[in-house]
Design a protein around this ligand. Structure first.
Ligand code: ZN
Length: 313
């Protein structure tokens, strides 16, 4: 079995060691380009690149993080040139996203799913994106959301890239979103259902693993109470005992510049949390799967990871 797997990074396709630790759902920055146009003091990108690179260098030294999946979709400030700079300065490989967030936007509202899919495919090719981001937030999955999910599905079928879904676990809208993707011929192994650590409803999470999707417990908060830590460990162990260790992803969903608040600034994200408080309490094999193996099988497919000959190409 090969020790490396090919991953699409912002610096092109790269051979990545299977021993690599990955942060599977984070952001360097989420921001509004409009605000950047309106105010020069809103975001200093040179400062952000330097600070982000310093943080990633530290993550590499301390926890062995060598691959970082940036889940920022295009319309909340994805900036590939910034990500390239951070990757070059830090020596950490970065996977970027194509695709759109859930916001209803007038210009995009006028376009068909097919047209939007063409944008995603073209963008994924131009940027060497490794994932397609799609999103639902509210309890009603709107016609706009459905069109975007269809666009993501069409683009997935054309590119083969996995879809990482932003969902709201508390209103359980992931069920409808996955249903739409499946109806558009996306295979479950190419779907990651995100933000499921926001619920303690284990049966809800198991719905997705049962159908073969990846489940992302990717919102580890900076909560050091025994109660919170134990609830997350129990969640992971229960899913593993049910036979879904191959489908679990763990991360924080935090950013160096987190634009989703009234006033924001460049800050230290909580990316150390899971390495300090969750991982040491997991069985080594499980930790290995979650940190090293699963992010790579998610990005490249089990077939490529295990060197199994593809039959469909
Ligand atoms: Zn996110």
């Amino acid at each position: 079995m090969n020790d490396f797997v090919e991953v699409r990074t912002v610096l092109g396709k790269k051979k990545i060691s299977k021993n690599t630790v990955t942060l599977s759902h984070e952001h360097i920055c989420c921001y509004s380009e409009y605000l950047n146009i309106m105010s020069k003091s809103y975001l200093d990108k040179a400062e952000l690149a330097k600070k982000s690179a310093d943080i990633l260098k530290n993550m590499k030294e301390k926890y062995g993080v060598e691959l970082f999946i940036d889940c920022t979709p295009v319309n909340i400030g994805r900036d590939v040139e910034l990500l390239k700079k951070v990757s070059e300065l830090s020596g950490v490989d970065i996977v970027c996203s194509s695709g759109f967030y859930y916001n209803d936007e007038p210009i995009l509202d006028c376009m068909s799913a097919e047209t939007l899919a063409e944008f995603i495919v073209g963008d994924a090719n131009n940027t060497c994106a490794g994932i397609i981001k799609a999103a639902v937030e509210y309890d009603t999955v709107s016609p706009f959301n459905i069109k975007f999910l269809k666009a993501s599905a069409i683009a997935q079928n054309k590119t083969g890239l996995p879809i990482i879904l932003h969902t709201n676990a508390n209103n359980k809208n992931g069920v409808k979103a996955v249903e739409i993707l499946l109806s558009e011929n996306v295979e479950p192994k190419n779907i990651v259902v995100g933000h499921l650590s926001d619920t303690n409803d284990i049966e809800y999470i198991k719905n997705f693993t049962k159908s073969g999707c990846y489940v992302a417990l990717d919102r580890m908060y900076d909560n050091k109470t025994e109660e919170y830590i134990t609830s997350k460990i129990n969640q992971i162990n229960e899913l593993c005992e049910a036979g879904y260790a191959d489908k679990l992803l763990l991360s924080h969903d935090d950013a160096v510049f987190q634009g989703f608040c009234d006033k924001t600034q460049i800050k230290e994200p909580r990316w150390s949390y899971m390495f300090e408080h969750i991982v040491p309490k997991l069985d080594d094999n499980i930790a290995n799967k979650i940190l090293k193996e699963n992010p790579l099988t998610m990005l490249c497919g089990m077939e490529d990871y295990y060197g199994i000959q593809r039959t469909n190409t």
